[in-house]
Design a protein around this ligand. Structure first.
Ligand SMILES: [Fe+2]
Length: 316
């Protein structure tokens, strides 16, 4: 038997997301305002998404500046977000992580202190905490229950940004805990799919799975064609000199170099696995993962008051 039982089951979360996008497409008041902030050091896009009527806002995937050679953090990128939120008189209710990032440290705790909001991530972060807790030999004081976050989203969970509707979709594959957040007609897809000319995210980190990633991407590409997609990263692409991070479901279906319509799961998995085997680990994976599985908090200081980042040797 080579049949998936899940693919034929009704996907209530996806149906609800589809209906939400349709309602937003017909009513401008249900569509959010979106500002993207590109961090060139880590190729990451941070989004501030808000309801124009109420000023209620979510910050998605923020970046803490980190000088790896010096082991020093700074807040230049985060301060750009603080300035934007203040200049537009927004009220931050959510600080959302699409997943535990491996290429940059989250600035969510810093932004929470300055702006408020509930720090949140998908509930499968518990699995990621377990995997990396073991890898970093974190002691029993490191809780592997997601308690470092204020809220853990589940698949299909709905939320509001003022009067604008939101829904969380679990899209594992890049990591076990990746979520896409659909707000009005806009989907913040984290590391699943990238610009059509670049393709898709890697699936070779501990807990990653190319087959799952394909299924997750199919789910996202089942949303209405006009759904706006906002990506977590961009690296330019051959023939493109400008960074870009916004596209649509329709454009992805027609043009994505890794998963456009007609690409089979087996073809995708073969391509992804081969490509991943050529990629080196992201420069900041060690500090990023160690801090991000703690909700963006540095590891507990040692008795001299200093936090240390560990590097496990010969493990990845
Ligand atoms: Fe990532």
């Amino acid at each position: 038997m080579n049949q998936s039982t899940t693919s034929s089951a009704p996907d209530d979360s996806l149906s609800a997301a589809t209906e939400q996008v349709r309602r937003a497409a017909q009513d401008k008041a249900k569509r959010p305002s979106i500002a993207g902030f590109f961090d060139e050091a880590t190729n990451t896009v941070t989004y501030v998404v808000h309801d124009p009527a109420s000023g209620e806002a979510a910050i998605i995937d923020s970046v803490l500046d980190y000088d790896a050679a010096a082991g020093r953090t700074s807040h230049g990128s985060a301060e750009l977000i603080v300035e934007y939120v203040k200049a537009n008189d927004l009220t931050v209710t959510w600080l959302i992580e699409t997943h535990a990032h491996a290429d940059h440290i989250s600035a969510a705790p810093y932004l929470q202190e300055k702006l408020g909001g509930k720090l949140s991530i998908g509930r499968e972060i518990i699995r990621v905490q377990d995997v990396f807790g073991k890898l970093f030999n974190a002691g029993t004081d490191f809780e592997r229950d997601g308690s470092q976050f204020d809220h853990l989203f589940t698949d299909g969970e709905t939320f509001k940004l003022g009067e604008i509707e939101g829904i969380a979709l679990h899209v594992p594959g890049h990591t076990p805990a990746d979520y896409a957040f659909i707000i009005g007609d806009a989907a913040f897809v984290g590391d699943t799919i990238f610009m059509p000319d670049f393709g898709t995210a890697r699936a070779d980190f501990p807990g990653g799975d190319a087959r799952q990633l394909y299924q997750s991407i199919q789910r996202l590409l089942s949303l209405p064609g006009e759904t706006r997609l906002f990506l977590c990263h961009d690296y330019k692409a051959p023939g493109r000199d400008e960074y870009a991070w916004e596209t649509t479901v329709r454009q992805q279906r027609e043009e994505n170099v890794h998963v456009k319509q007609g690409t089979s799961e087996d073809e995708f998995v073969a391509m992804r696995t081969k490509r991943d085997s050529t990629l080196s680990m992201p420069e900041l994976i060690m500090p990023s993962v160690q801090v991000n599985i703690r909700g963006g908090h540095l590891p507990e200081p040692e008795e001299n008051g200093v936090s240390y980042i560990k590097i496990p040797v010969n493990t990845l």
